[in-house]
Write a protein that binds this ligand. Structure first.
Ligand SMILES: Nc1ncnc2c1ncn2[C@@H]1O[C@H](COP(=O)(O)OP(=O)(O)OP(=O)(O)O)[C@@H](O)[C@H]1O
Ligand SMILES: [Mg+2]
Length: 343
């Protein structure tokens, strides 16, 4: 595969609609009746109304808009009640997946400031594209333990409302659980503090005036870039030692503060041995990191670096294209699929 083909393959990782297309080409697309959406809207409105009283008792410095308020309080109220935080100072970043808030830690805490990452309500998030990362992952409950109960597993498979709730929590539990493992292994990640079913509390990178910028917005001189590139490689190596692949690594998910880097944003973490697309996902992480450091004057061969790291951990570089990335409608993909199967 040449670089262009690799990059096209990466694009497919972000949109795996065609997977269903290839594997279940005879299945008609599922359509939801309008009453499905009505029901979801009604449930959210009822929930919002029910939150009004608790909203007044917190009195945080950060004044959230009405809809955001119930979501924020429902998500991080537990951190406040368990005396991990005493205030929410401001919102650092609002994204399509989650918002991150700067919190005042309780006086008995080691740190004075903490970051709370609060995921959007399940009904407003799009979990469609998570399947590729979830392959080979056992879902986790909000206590971080693996979900084994048959009823829970079935609810997730059948995508009932309860199952979707579990799936959402598992996504967050993987972020927290990975931070715990990586932090204990000495990786450059924020120290995890606590998890609620919709939020995680962690070390804050930055100071009271400003949060650490993401690396993509920073220009480095070549010496510093070379040092930091080595640091990122060390972290990639630690991740593989911990049997994890980040899955969405790039300069957008690396913070830069006081000359150091911190890797963030782990919910889509995946496993090298259990996921058939693991090599391509890992290669994409390394390629994106190299793209940034290349722009800062560091020479790097992404494919060689990825292959060296990958094989040094006993994994095989898989040349085949996984069916998840093939499209049954395309002649060349069908031919490739046949060729791979005969081989
Ligand atoms: N521990 C932290 N300390 C300081 N800032 C943080 C921390 N964690 C996250 N942030 C800020 O919040 C932003 C969003 O966090 P994160 O990448 O984990 O969430 P996301 O859902 O992927 O959001 P996005 O879609 O914007 O990437 C980061 O880009 C960073 O600016
Ligand atoms: Mg991010």
């Amino acid at each position: 595969m040449d670089t262009k083909q690799i990059l096209e393959l990466f694009d497919d990782l972000d949109n795996n609609d065609q997977t269903e297309n290839f594997i279940q080409k005879n299945k008609r697309p599922q359509r939801f009746h309008e009453r499905h959406f009505k029901h979801a809207r009604l449930r959210d409105t009822e929930f919002t109304k029910g939150q009004d009283d608790s909203a007044r008792s917190y009195n945080f410095t950060y004044k959230a808009a009405r809809f955001e308020e119930w979501w924020l309080l429902d998500s991080i109220g537990g951190f406040y009640e368990n005396k991990l935080i005493s205030d929410v100072l401001r919102r650092l970043k609002g994204g399509k997946e989650a918002s991150v808030y700067l919190c005042q830690a309780s006086p008995e805490s080691e740190a004075s400031l903490l970051a709370a990452k609060v995921y959007r309500p399940r009904s407003l998030r799009n979990l469609k594209n998570d399947q590729i990362y979830r392959t080979g992952r056992i879902d986790l409950a909000d206590d971080g333990k693996k979900l084994f109960k048959e009823a829970d597993v079935n609810a997730i498979i059948k995508r009932t409302a309860y199952g979707e709730e579990l799936r959402h929590t598992s996504w967050i539990a993987y972020e927290f659980n990975t931070l715990e493992i990586l932090h204990a292994a000495g990786a450059d990640v924020p120290k995890p503090i606590a998890m609620e079913k919709n939020a995680i509390l962690m070390e804050y990178i930055g100071d009271v005036a400003s949060a650490a910028p993401t690396l993509n917005s920073v220009t480095l001189d070549r010496d510093e870039a070379t040092q930091l590139f080595k640091r990122v490689i060390r972290n990639l190596d630690l991740l593989l030692t911990s049997e994890r692949i980040h899955g969405d690594l790039s300069a957008y998910n690396i913070l830069y503060w006081d000359g150091d880097i911190t890797l963030i944003d782990f919910p889509q973490v995946t496993f090298p041995e259990a996921n058939p697309s693991a090599w391509v996902i890992f290669l994409r992480d390394v390629t994106r990191v190299c793209q940034y450091f290349h722009s800062q004057g560091v020479k790097c061969d992404a494919r060689k670096l990825a292959a060296d790291l990958w094989t040094s951990h006993g994994h095989q570089v898989v040349k085949d294209v996984h069916p998840l990335h093939l499209d049954a409608e395309k002649k060349e993909d069908r031919r490739l699929w046949q060729k791979q199967n005969t081989a």
